[in-house]
Design a protein around this ligand. Sequence first.
Ligand SMILES: Cc1cc2nc3c(=O)[nH]c(=O)nc-3n(C[C@H](O)[C@H](O)[C@H](O)COP(=O)(O)OP(=O)(O)OC[C@H]3O[C@@H](n4cnc5c(N)ncnc54)[C@H](O)[C@@H]3O)c2cc1C
Length: 427
Amino acid sequence: MWMAKRVVVVGAGAGGLIAAGRAAELGADVVLLEKMDQAGKKILVSGKSRCNITNAAPLAEFLTHYGRNGRFLMNAYHRFFRDELLALLARHRVGTQTERGGRIFPVSGEAGDVRDALLRYCTNNGVDVRYRSEVSEIVVQNGRVKGIRLANASRVTTGTVILATGGASWPDTGSTGQGYLMAQSLGHTIKPLRPALVPLTCVERAMAKRLQGVSLRNVRCTFFTENAKGKVREMRIPYPVPQTGEMLFTHFGVSGPLILTASGAVVDVLRRGQTVSLSIDLKPGMDEAAIHSRLQREFEEHSHQRLATLLRGWVPASLAEVLADLSGIEADRHVHRIRAEEREGVVRLLKDFRWSISGSLPLVAGMVTAGGVALNEVDPLTFASKKVDGLYIVGELLDLAADTGGYNLQAAFTTGYLAGSAAIGDV
Ligand SMILES: Cc1cc2nc3c(=O)[nH]c(=O)nc-3n(C[C@H](O)[C@H](O)[C@H](O)COP(=O)(O)OP(=O)(O)OC[C@H]3O[C@@H](n4cnc5c(N)ncnc54)[C@H](O)[C@@H]3O)c2cc1C
């Protein structure tokens, strides 16, 4: 009697759902094991619950968003990329639209629709989806997968496992980093895990507290590093970052889009023992001379104002107070009594508002986990492990992390889909 090949997929997130649906579509007998009581909890919170599925950027640019490791995905993206993903979603009743920055979202604006479509892809093809099923071990004998063991000690026998347990960030969504331990115990190298897309902490805690909640639009953020010899230079960020945009002060430091995007690179530099400072240009559209002459004019027109009051026309009120304090000019001095060199100091503060970065929030608070299963130990087209026959590793578990814009989900979808195909021999 003919028996369908059994494939066990561990983790019903973005990568696991599409892997399971694909393997089942190709005729496999698929069991999808998810430890939470529902699938795709991280999809549900993605893109502020709107799910930024992917991005309209051309392939060459798309790959740069993963930094140095982006090349690993090139051949996979030639097989299954954005168009194929969007077509699959369309077949499961999810229309999409492109927004600012090429970001692609479901038309409904509901991340739940993406999750439900992927779940339909699974159930329509007969996947056996089992919730509250936490996998604790992949059983391997003589270098071959033999099955998996669940936390409740029961076993499922199979020669093929797709490991899709996600990263170690946002553990409430179910991704608690167990997959790294399972892969490591089977001989895989795990590149150091660090948070990416994560808020940064600053040395100037008291100042941050005063500014907590202040959000700035149209500012420029530049990071500087200083090595052990005291040499300061602008920090190189190995992926594209916007020149200007939004940022936010928190009680511990800085956050918001500009900061989150750069944070992965900042965390890496701090790990190398270098110090990092952040320069905020509060008026990127004006050069120093233009600011200088406008300030001079305003000092004359509003000669009896305090500096902090006058600066409210430039920046939010609480920031105006902080800048006035930093200028060293006494709070009760009227602006007409501010000397030219003191005015220059104010100009410098507006163009180069400096912070010392002390670190970041922990791994669990990053939107993605950087690091993970070493890419040279996984086939770049099938995501088959080179250490264990019958094992595939997909999604955020791999040493791939990108900035915001839909790149992380596309990587999970592509690696999952291709592993689902390969698991049933369709390479
Ligand atoms: C707040 C937030 C917003 C985001 N927004 C976006 C966005 O808009 N666009 C984008 O591209 N990326 C976004 N990301 C990143 C993206 O969601 C992830 O990179 C992606 O979901 C990773 O997919 P995955 O399948 O590898 O893992 P996950 O989606 O994390 O799925 C892993 C699954 O495995 C299950 N699991 C874990 N361990 C076990 C076990 N032992 N046994 C059984 N099951 C297990 C988990 O419960 C989970 O369901 C966001 C992330 C966060 C935190």
